[in-house]
Write a protein that binds this ligand. Structure first.
Ligand code: ADP
Ligand code: MG
Length: 325
């Protein structure tokens, strides 16, 4: 007998994620009741992921459950917020018990790691999609925004951009590589690591911050527009992972790093006075200084190898993610 909606929620989503004392009432009633600290601002974000657009339709449930929460925790990280609660809107074409169990497990493992409690949601029938709302806290006025970048600020990126896009290309057979590099890159695509600790540590240091979901240059362009500044990147300072270099030549690796999506790394700016503070965070997570904010609008990429066109065509207005309206 197929599992009904009620049973599905009871079995897999009632105790999903961390147990938190500030959850007065979680899954099971008409709505959740949570206690917000009096001295904090509530930070809210929502991201929907659709099969065939934001993840391959045939993806294992565990990877989709992880991604649904990870992309949202990445948004909280980019704001410098401490995550607390989540709501899940799950749309399924049919109930494949194994798939849902794996989805819930992928979601729960990540939720527990970051102390997030799933407090409610909705379950509907339709094309496979997961909509997650996350809530977190930040001290008043401490949230990181896209608007604070100023000429002279350094531009920093966490991790090794381009890996996730190469991982997706490997999954889709648009790229080939040896088993070790392939496994590492596919892992980066399937299990993006939200940079929550870094985002929180950047409060008071970063002048602006954004998470890279649509590609480094495109998202940097969005930050520049928000801050009414421009950016100059030096491609020679881009941190390219050994795995990426094992499956791509330099020009191709730079294209993945500059234009590939799905990294969920933090891209942030910091003034000279904050440099030592930012460098100290490199013990927490790999960080690279990749350029400088300038007054002239637009994003320019210098330091590209001869014959490499990876610096062209990155007008962020031309960058269009078909999944986002
Ligand atoms: P209602 O009819 O009031 O919308 P539902 O039957 O949709 O109630 O949901 C019952 C309870 O289960 C609610 O507390 C709701 O928040 C929770 N819930 C439903 N779907 C999910 C889900 N996918 N994940 C987490 N909680 C869910
Ligand atoms: Mg409902």
């Amino acid at each position: 007998m197929p599992v009904g909606e009620f049973e599905l929620i009871e079995r897999w989503f009632r105790d999903c994620g961390a147990a938190r004392a500030d959850v007065r009432l979680g899954v099971g009633d008409d709505a959740a009741l949570v206690r917000v600290p009096a001295d904090r601002e509530l930070v809210l974000a929502l991201d929907v992921i659709n099969a065939g657009v934001h993840f391959p339709a045939e993806s294992p449930g565990r990877t989709v459950g992880h991604r649904a929460l990870a992309v949202n925790l990445s948004d909280l990280a980019a704001m410098g917020a401490d995550p607390a609660w989540a709501l899940l809107g799950l749309t399924l074409p049919a109930v494949d018990e194994h798939w849902v169990e794996e989805f819930a497990a992928g979601f729960a493992v990540l939720a527990r790691r970051f102390g997030v409690s799933l407090v409610g949601g909705d379950t509907t029938r339709g094309a496979l999609a997961a909509s997650v709302t996350v809530a977190g806290f930040v001290a008043p006025g401490q949230a990181l925004r896209r608007t604070g970048a100023r000429p002279g600020d350094s531009i920093w990126i966490s991790g090794t951009p381009g890996d996730a896009a190469a991982g997706l290309a490997l999954l889709q057979s648009r790229l080939s590589g040896d088993d070790g590099a392939r496994a590492a890159l596919v892992q980066k695509f399937e299990f993006p690591e939200p940079r929550v600790a870094l985002g929180c540590a950047l409060r008071g240091l970063a002048s602006a911050c954004i998470d890279v979901s649509d590609g480094l240059v495109g998202d940097l362009g969005r930050m520049c527009v928000a801050s009414a500044v421009g950016a100059e990147l030096d491609a020679r300072n881009l941190p390219l992972s050994p795995s990426l270099r094992a499956v791509a030549d330099l020009a191709q690796a730079l294209r993945f790093a500059l234009a590939g999506g799905d990294d969920y790394e933090l891209l942030f700016t910091a003034p000279a006075a904050a440099r030592a503070g930012v460098e100290a965070l490199a013990a927490l997570v790999p960080l690279a200084c990749i350029g400088t904010i300038v007054a002239t609008p637009g994003v320019r990429v210098g330091g590209l190898p001869a014959g490499c066109d990876a610096g062209h065509g990155f007008d962020h207005f031309a960058h269009h993610d078909p999944g986002h309206q």
